[in-house]
Ligand binder design. Structure first.
Ligand code: NAP
Ligand code: MG
Length: 500
């Protein structure tokens, strides 16, 4: 059944056909294995505040088993010894198996974190696309890479070995794809992995584990344990882990970087952001209005790279405020299971409180709410949900907290600049460097502004991420890149053999 048909057929949320609600297992060494502990973590639907699932709070013993299975599969299993082309064949089957599970992935994800089904309905296709993209890079690994010495006789053979056992840790905003961006290149490289999803979103990734098992990924290659941040910390520091990849907040990223620094363990970090949309004086309001929600408020503002900080030229400030306000106010907020919903709830109670606190700070510091600026009271089943009215703050000044810190909710701030130099200075005046946007009609001027932005990626008149191009943050937004051949290199260990 399609997501739509399931929704029409089910009379209540409880009637939705999804494979996992209350579970007591982890995925270890090729199958579902009971946790050794009895402590559990609950899963809450943020649209209703009702608990609908639970998972084991993994123990150190559970983690030992998972890392042990990954270690054995790496040291003596078939996976690292296959050619990359053989692994790519399996990855292509994984992609197919994921697509077969599109509806259950979408609904589970939406019930876990409130991402509207208009967003989660694309999760399976996106995850499958990432697997297929990395499968297409197999020839890069299998090709013989021989480099003659520039001066003298002899040559060097460059090998791209898998780096080893990888610990992969994901956040709750895109629980499927932010794990798949790590998993797919790690698997193509020949690594084995232990994954820990975020506590609010532990269930949807189980469906990906089933897809991998059905596709014939050998036992021990991919393992999944659920548990707290403390379990994540144990994974990061585990003596048998060779590499760590993390997406999440900057404070946790710093702790992981410190641990990996001490251990001299390679680490990839995708962290927070505070990205700016620089509106150039010749920007076309029609195309800006069209791109605004996806580029600046995707997933109820809970997307790391979106540009939630709009910089408008003084001469068009009022026009920009009017456009942004009317566009945001017109976007429907409601049940994330409704395919027409654009704004769902905040993903969890913690995030809801954080966003309301930012909204309070903006009012207190003198920003002007042109729409929203408060929680939203919905009716019926949604009365207790974590809904915040989609909010636009105008008259935001650079020193305000909402101008400098990541909010991660449905809140746009609009600042004013005079002259391009000041606009660019404002854009680059944050601790972060993840995304960015330029709205402008003259391609050359827009390109020049994009080049002047000190961030890992910038969009011109729209924002997106491309599986084939590196994605990563500068400054407090992270270390290293995901996607593209650069993302694959993060799972490789180079070795050079010199010979005559
Ligand atoms: P978070 O608190 O940093 O948690 C991320 C993951 O790390 C979760 O699985 C968490 O487990 C785990 N964790 C917590 N403490 C840990 C520790 N000491 N050692 C190892 N793992 C630990 O982030 P979040 O609240 O889930 O997600 C929101 C943040 O992620 C935002 O700041 C956002 O910008 C950032 N983000 C960045 C990107 C990007 O690509 N740059 C993408 C999406 C989100 P528990 O859930 O069990 O605590
Ligand atoms: Mg957290």
């Amino acid at each position: 059944m399609s997501t739509r048909e399931q929704l029409d057929a089910a009379s209540t949320r409880l009637a939705l056909e999804i494979p996992y609600r209350h579970v007591d297992t982890h995925f270890i060494d090729g199958g579902w294995v009971a946790s050794t502990g009895s402590k559990r973590n609950e899963v809450t639907d943020p649209a209703t505040a009702e608990v609908w699932g639970s998972v084991p709070d993994g123990t150190t013993q559970d983690l030992e088993r998972a890392v042990g299975a990954a270690r054995l599969a790496f040291d003596s299993g078939p996976w690292p010894r296959f050619s990359a082309a053989e692994r790519a064949t399996v990855l292509m089957r994984v992609a197919q198996q994921i697509e077969l599970r599109s509806t259950e992935l979408s609904l589970t994800n939406t019930l876990e974190n409130g991402s509207p089904v208009s967003e989660t309905a694309k999760a399976a296709a996106n995850a499958a696309g990432i697997f297929r993209y990395f499968a297409s890079l197999a020839p890069l690994l299998d090709a013989e890479d021989i480099r003659p010495f520039p001066h003298g006789v002899g040559e060097s053979l460059v090998r791209r070995d898998p780096v080893g056992v990888c610990g992969l840790i994901a956040p709750w905003n895109f629980p499927i794809n932010l794990m798949v961006t790590k998993l797919a290149p790690a698997l193509l490289a020949g690594c084995t992995v232990v994954m820990k999803p975020a506590s609010p979103t532990p269930l949807s990734f189980r469906i990906i584990m089933d897809a991998m098992a059905a596709a014939g990924v050998p036992a021990g290659v991919a393992n999944l344990v659920t548990g707290s941040g403390a379990l994540g910390d144990t994974l990061v520091r585990h003596r048998q882990v060779d590499k760590v990849a993390f997406t999440g907040s900057t404070p946790v990223g710093r702790k992981i970087a410190a641990a990996c620094g001490e251990l001299l363990r390679p680490v990839t970090l995708e962290l927070g952001g505070k990205s700016s949309a620089l509106v150039l004086p010749d920007a076309d309001m029609g195309s800006m209005g069209h791109a605004l929600i996806r580029s600046c408020m995707r997933n109820t503002g809970q997307t790391c790279y979106i540009s939630t900080r709009i910089l408008a030229p003084a001469e068009r400030y009022d026009e920009v405020v009017e456009l942004v306000t009317s566009t945001i106010a017109a976007a429907p907020q409601g049940d994330p299971l409704d395919p027409d919903t654009v704004f769902g709830p905040s993903a969890n109670a913690n995030q809801y409180r954080t966003v309301l606190d930012y909204i309070d700070s903006a009012h207190a510091q003198g920003a002007r709410a042109t729409t929203g600026g408060h929680r939203a009271q919905l009716g019926g089943d949604l009365a207790a949900g974590y809904f915040i009215a989609p909010t636009v703050f105008a008259d935001v000044e650079p020193h305000m907290r909402v101008s400098r810190e990541e909010i991660f909710g449905p809140v746009i701030t609009i600042l004013r600049y005079k002259g391009l130099e000041e606009g660019l200075k404002l854009a680059n005046n944050t601790e972060f460097g993840l995304g960015g946007l330029v709205f402008g009609s003259d391609p050359q001027a827009a390109q020049a502004a994009a080049e002047a932005m000190d961030t890992g990626s910038v969009g011109i008149n729209f924002s997106a991420s491309n599986h084939a191009a590196p994605f990563g943050g500068r400054h407090d937004s992270g270390l290293g890149s995901e996607y593209g051949p650069e993302g694959l290199a993060a799972y490789l260990s180079f070795k050079t053999i010199h010979r005559h």
